[in-house]
Design a protein around this ligand. Structure first.
Ligand code: PGA
Length: 242
């Protein structure tokens, strides 16, 4: 696991975008695994800027998002479909048929999850998986206690995650309690992983991920077992690493 510590959120966003841009330049038909949340917003903004400056071509890029709330449709402004459209896809020349996000309205969830894994495999697997991390150490919606052998499936959000995500909703009781999420094993299959963490609220999770025991109680600690992980943190999130 290599750790890059940068000054602040602005630098973190640029650093991550440069790495993703390099991936796309070296392999124009890259398969990217993408996260949502506050942390990657700056990265997406930089990628959009690179595209507008003529540096990047998304026409052959294929994407798979980590997760989607169960019960929210793509038009719902709180869905991750809407988030991705708003922050990235609407502003670059990605081919909509190359974009994949779990269907939060799927009636047959098991079939949806199985098909999602098959699509990742058929695309050749994920070249670069971008991740955030929850304060409780989750990656995707893989909450503490998640087995390391999990694939895409329906999950139940913990109270901690619901509280953390309530800021986007009118009230905490409107946060969906279930989601469809790629599993730990789906994430670990990626050839390269880049995890972003910003701010002092993530410092303990970052410390436990990098220096703590590898345990399902700290889902991100599994990344210690992956051969190519880069953790990009700002100074506040790196506070407990020394
Ligand atoms: P955040 O979420 O980027 O909004 O902090 C990260 C996560 O929960 O994975």
């Amino acid at each position: 696991m290599r750790t890059i510590v940068v000054k602040d959120y602005v630098a973190l966003s640029k650093c991550a975008a440069v790495i993703v841009a390099g991936q796309i330049m070296y392999k124009p038909d890259s398969v990217l695994g993408l996260p949502t949340g506050s942390t990657p917003e700056g990265t997406y903004k930089n990628l959009v800027d690179f595209y507008k400056e003529g540096l990047l071509d998304f026409s052959r890029v294929v994407t798979f998002n980590l997760d989607e709330y169960y019960g929210l449709g793509p038009q719902d402004k709180l869905s991750y479909h809407w988030y991705m459209h708003h922050h990235l896809f609407a502003h670059v020349n990605i081919d909509p048929k190359n974009v994949h996000i779990p269907n939060g309205l799927a009636e047959d969830v098991e079939a949806e999850c199985r098909a999602y894994e098959e699509k990742i495999d058929r695309a050749g697997g994920i070249d670069l998986q971008l991740l955030g991390i929850g304060r409780n150490g989750h990656i995707g919606f893989n909450e503490p206690g998640t087995g390391f052998d999990t694939l895409t499936r329906m999950v139940r959000l913990t109270a901690d995650t619901i509280a953390a995500n309530a800021r986007f909703f009118a009230s905490p009781d409107q946060v969906p309690v279930q989601a469809i999420s790629m599993g730990i094993k789906s994430i670990m299959k990626a050839r390269r992983i880049v995890l972003l963490a910003s701010g002092s609220g993530k410092a303990q999770a970052v410390r436990d991920m990098v220096l703590g025991a590898v345990t399902p109680e700290m889902p991100a600690s599994v990344l210690q077992l992956h051969p190519d992980v880069t953790v990009i943190v700002d100074r506040e999130a790196a506070r407990l690493l020394d």
